[in-house]
Write a protein that binds this ligand. Structure first.
Ligand code: ADP
Ligand code: ASP
Ligand code: MG
Length: 470
């Protein structure tokens, strides 16, 4: 059975027109004899708005929270009305939309009394985005003659109880896929489920972290041994850098799993970092495709990418980082110093991105977060501590930098007018990363892009697209 998982992001389901386009893409796969399992995000911006609702309610702003929820309710009502023609089906869908929003409003009213937004309640509130979009899209597919059936992702994506960044439990997910998805495929239906959300073994709603629908797609693909996992988004694939920074970014035709993981981890928003794991485990190719331009061949992520003449495939940027400098002259020549420092980060459950050390000082970077004052206070018991926010990490990725001479010189010459705060190369042989001020990001990326992608390898990059725009 040629099973393919198709994940559509927020912009691919943002309104009735986008959903109809998405349906056309899925129908195209069915016509090719494939069996799709469809994973959808919430409609674009809905997750942010649900989080804003939750924040308002937890501040006691009941009216503000209910007003946002009311606007969302209207958006879903209008989309449903534009999407479905069959009156009976539409009436049933409208009834469930009203029920879901009534339930959400109940939670918001309760929260406005309790005034405490726990991660568990946050996950419950935010889950409405994917619950509603997936239900509505399943109805639309069914009306369009594709036998769409809704599958509640919380019955399938079983996770631990770390709300807001739950860890999936692979064996249980595999069992649940066999139980809740496979029979629909055997019956010739198209299962449609929400991404991002799941539940723990007790049935309490959890989420996989922001951008987590990609991860859901990969988990389902892995559990069902899909022949491919397709990530449908609003750009032509993985580009040489974020096209919002460099409009002349080029599509990368093919990258390795290792390169894609590195890119995603270091800030290329196009893919959730964990997406690659289930695919690697089963060696399932992942394709990143554009739902607004479905005939474009996108980016193929495979285990071994072909050799590329250019050293780098892509430049990723991660903003909102803080550099922490720890200087401990009194610990000179003592051992256990780094351990003591990392124990503090561990205690505060704060992941560290980059580290650079000398005999007495250590610089670390972390996502800017509200635990920093407490972390600095703990570090202050061991050493002198300074921390500074509004930093950004620029990460250049490419398998072909392994062992190449003179690459660092080229990188730092291209940005010689920019102040570099920290450098890291070597931990992973396929990336070169450095920290700069957030305000220098655009200039740095443009300069690096102009230098390294001036004469791109046509086997790896879509150079025709650039030619077409010049
Ligand atoms: P979706 O809602 O489909 O999940 P996202 O907004 O999460 O889409 O990711 C797609 C966006 O990622 C693009 O619109 C683009 O601006 C951004 N992006 C950042 N870096 C890259 C990159 N290297 N290649 C492609 N897109 C990138
Ligand atoms: N809707 C969720 C988010 O915006 C998950 C996703 O779209 O991947 O983070
Ligand atoms: Mg995304």
């Amino acid at each position: 059975m040629s099973l393919v998982v198709m994940k559509f992001g927020g912009t691919s389901v943002e309104d009735a027109t986008a959903i109809a386009r998405t349906a056309g893409i899925v129908a195209g796969r069915v016509a090719q004899g494939k069996k799709p399992v469809v994973v959808v995000s919430a409609m674009s911006k809905v997750t942010d708005q649900l989080l804003a609702c939750a924040a308002a309610a937890s501040r006691g702003d009941r009216t503000g929270a209910l007003a946002i929820s009311q606007r969302l309710r209207c958006r879903y009502r209008d989309t449903a009305a534009a999407l479905l023609k069959d009156h009976k089906r539409l009436a049933a869908l409208q009834t469930s939309i009203e029920h879901e929003f009534d339930a959400l409003d109940e939670v918001l009213r309760g929260l406005a009394v309790i005034l405490e937004l726990t991660p568990r309640i946050s996950d419950l509130i935010v889950s409405y985005g994917e619950r509603l979009s997936s239900y509505m899209i399943a109805q639309a597919f069914d009306e369009m003659g594709m036998h769409g059936v809704h599958v509640d992702a919380r019955e399938v994506i079983i996770t631990d109880s770390q709300y807001q960044k739950a860890i999936p439990l692979d064996d249980l997910i595999e069992e649940r896929c066999a139980l809740h998805i496979k029979p629909h495929l055997d019956a010739g239906s198209v299962p449609v489920m929400g991404g991002f959300i799941g539940s723990n073994e007790a049935g309490i709603t959890t989420t996989l972290g922001r951008g987590g629908s990609d991860f859901t797609g990969a988990l389902i693909g892995g559990a069902l041994h899909a022949e491919a996992i397709e990530i449908w988004t609003d750009v032509n694939g993985i580009m040489t850098t974020d096209p919002r920074i460099c409009p002349d970014a080029l599509r990368v035709r093919v990258v390795s799993f290792e390169e894609a993981a590195e890119l995603a981890y270091f800030g290329a928003k196009v893919l959730h970092p964990a997406t690659i794991l289930p695919a690697v485990r089963r060696n399932i190719p992942v394709l990143v495709l554009n739902s607004r331009n479905p005939t474009n061949e996108g980016t193929r992520i495979i285990s071994l990418a072909p050799h590329c003449k250019s050293p780098f495939k892509c430049i990723a940027v991660k903003k909102k980082l803080t550099i922490i400098d720890v200087v401990a002259s009194r610990m000179l020549m003592t051992h256990g110093y780094l351990k003591a420092i990392f124990d503090i980060f561990d205690k505060h459950q704060c992941p560290v991105d980059m580290v650079s050390t000398s005999e007495v000082s250590v610089s670390l970077t972390v996502d800017s977060n509200d635990k920093l004052p407490a972390i600095a206070a703990d570090l202050g018991k061991l050493a002198d501590v300074k921390y500074e926010g509004q930093k950004a990490l620029v990460c250049m990725v490419g398998e072909d930098i392994r062992g190449q001479m003179g690459i660092s010189a080229q990188v730092f010459t291209a940005i010689k007018h920019i102040n570099v705060r920290m450098i890291s190369q070597g931990a992973s042989e396929i990336n070169m990363s450095f920290m700069i001020e957030e305000s220098d990001v655009e200039e740095a990326v443009k300069s690096l892009h102009a230098h390294f992608f001036r004469d791109p390898d046509p086997e790896i990059f879509d150079v025709e697209a650039r030619a077409a725009t010049v």
